[in-house]
Design a protein around this ligand. Structure first.
Ligand SMILES: *[C@@H]1O[C@H](CO)[C@@H](O)[C@H](O)[C@H]1NC(C)=O
Ligand SMILES: *[C@@H]1O[C@H](CO)[C@@H](O)[C@H](O)[C@H]1NC(C)=O
Ligand SMILES: *[C@@H]1O[C@H](CO)[C@@H](O)[C@H](O)[C@H]1NC(C)=O
Ligand SMILES: *[C@@H]1O[C@H](CO)[C@@H](O)[C@H](O)[C@H]1NC(C)=O
Ligand SMILES: *[C@@H]1O[C@H](CO)[C@@H](O)[C@H](O)[C@H]1NC(C)=O
Ligand SMILES: *[C@@H]1O[C@H](CO)[C@@H](O)[C@H](O)[C@H]1NC(C)=O
Ligand SMILES: *[C@@H]1O[C@H](CO)[C@@H](O)[C@H](O)[C@H]1NC(C)=O
Ligand SMILES: *[C@@H]1O[C@H](CO)[C@@H](O)[C@H](O)[C@H]1NC(C)=O
Length: 333
């Protein structure tokens, strides 16, 4: 009996002591739940940036493999849904105005899994300083940038085109650093024939004011009739500065290649894309996307012999005769 009372007493006495223990347990459980939650937030954060290193062939002709990064972006504006498990490659087309990058981009965008978001940095505000450039890049590569080219959830490669004079060379150190840090692959797109590019530049800037197509300025056309209408205008090329201007263009391209030589990159020439289907296939391999037949509705504006497209042809022909640039007089495309 005494025992029982004692036992009972014990129980009774213990009761208030058990209460703080119980509270402590609750605190412990709460702390554990908190910890787990914080961990999961951390994991989420890190998966926002998640990327992994995988070997990919750069060039189908070489057996060398370089390390490139694949990414699993978590856009803030939508869910990648069933394609959330597909990796995404980051790229940028680095080029100059009137080098065929518009056409090249429509070819890439005809691929189900490519989003190339056009000339994002043509807007001055986005390239005002390095921080606005980086902010813009982050949004593009997180798939939160919207243009008509956005494929959203099933994009396997995302990028845009960037002209060398749109803050790219001016901020090259920081941009190269960004490309290497985030695994952005560069596709250089140049023209072998800068004389033809010059014709296109002059004609396009004339049309900006003349608006030859029913009062609308067009940089790209979709029919032979439109192409003919635009190419009826023949620009006069300044023969005094011609050689100097051609050199400038070449040295700009060389400079860009030198600045970006540590990034993962490939160089594509517009003329090769036109004449050789293999090139476009190699671009797709470079981007690590399924190789498909790509198409564009764009029609080339200045076709055929260059002599019919330049008003002061005699003069230009004479100026380049016997120089290293003579070959550009005759080359197609
Ligand atoms: C960069 O430019 C943006 C405006 O485009 C401005 O708000 C920001 O303060 C600038 N940053 C620096 C570091 O100059
Ligand atoms: C490409 O897009 C299609 C849907 O448009 C999707 O089913 C497929 O998984 C994507 N492929 C890759 C490699 O992301
Ligand atoms: C201009 O507009 C007319 C009528 O809308 C159309 O028939 C014609 O093809 C257009 N011309 C060009 C060069 O686009
Ligand atoms: C042609 O280039 C020369 C040298 O740069 C320049 O002095 C001249 O003004 C230019 N002519 C025209 C018509 O722009
Ligand atoms: C990149 O170019 C610089 C300057 O010409 C040169 O010193 C460097 O070795 C090059 N790096 C690579 C990886 O080619
Ligand atoms: C097409 O390009 C590939 C790779 O760049 C090259 O090996 C091949 O010889 C080219 N074909 C022609 C017909 O130029
Ligand atoms: C260009 O000049 C060369 C002589 O230097 C001449 O033989 C050739 O016919 C000229 N080409 C054209 C298309 O006028
Ligand atoms: C082109 O250059 C050659 C020498 O390189 C010269 O004999 C010829 O007369 C030049 N033609 C013209 C049209 O200037």
């Amino acid at each position: 009996m005494a025992e029982f009372i004692c036992l009972f007493g014990k129980i009774v006495i213990k009761q208030p002591k058990k209460s703080p223990l119980f509270l402590r347990m609750i605190v412990l459980v709460f702390a554990m739940v908190c910890g787990l939650y914080m961990c999961s937030v951390c994991l989420k954060q890190s998966s926002l940036q998640s990327s992994q290193l995988v070997p990919t062939p750069v060039d189908s002709h070489s057996s060398h493999h370089v390390i490139t990064r694949i990414h699993y972006p978590k856009p803030q504006t939508f869910s990648r849904a069933e394609c959330g498990h597909n990796p995404v490659r980051f790229f940028a087309i680095l080029s100059m105005q009137r080098s065929g990058s518009g056409w090249f981009e429509t070819l890439l965008n005809s691929h189900d899994n490519v989003s190339s978001n056009e000339e994002i940095f043509s807007v001055l505000d986005r390239r005002k300083n390095v921080s606005s450039i980086v902010k813009t890049l982050d949004r593009v590569y997180n798939l939160d940038w919207f243009t008509s080219a956005s494929k959203n959830e099933c994009s396997a490669a995302v990028g845009f085109k960037w002209m060398l004079n749109q803050g790219l060379l001016a901020n090259h150190e920081e941009i190269v650093d960004y490309f290497n840090r985030r695994g952005v692959s560069a596709i250089f797109l140049f023209r072998r024939n800068p004389l033809r590019r010059m014709v296109s530049v002059l004609a396009n800037s004339y049309d900006r004011y003349a608006k030859l197509l029913n009062g609308t300025h067009k940089s790209h056309v979709h029919s032979p009739e439109e192409a003919d209408a635009l190419s009826r205008y023949k620009p006069v090329i300044n023969s005094t500065s011609l050689i100097h201007d051609l050199r400038e263009t070449e040295s700009l391209a060389a400079k860009a290649l030198e600045y970006f030589n540590t990034t993962r990159h490939m160089v594509v020439f517009y003329e090769d894309l036109i004449t050789n289907q293999t090139r476009l296939k190699q671009v797709q391999e470079f981007l690590n996307i399924p190789v498909k037949d790509l198409s564009s509705r764009q029609v080339k504006i200045h076709r055929g012999d260059l002599s019919v497209h330049i008003k002061n042809w005699e003069d230009i022909n004479k100026t380049l005769n016997g120089t290293e640039y003579e070959k550009f007089l005759r080359a197609d495309y």
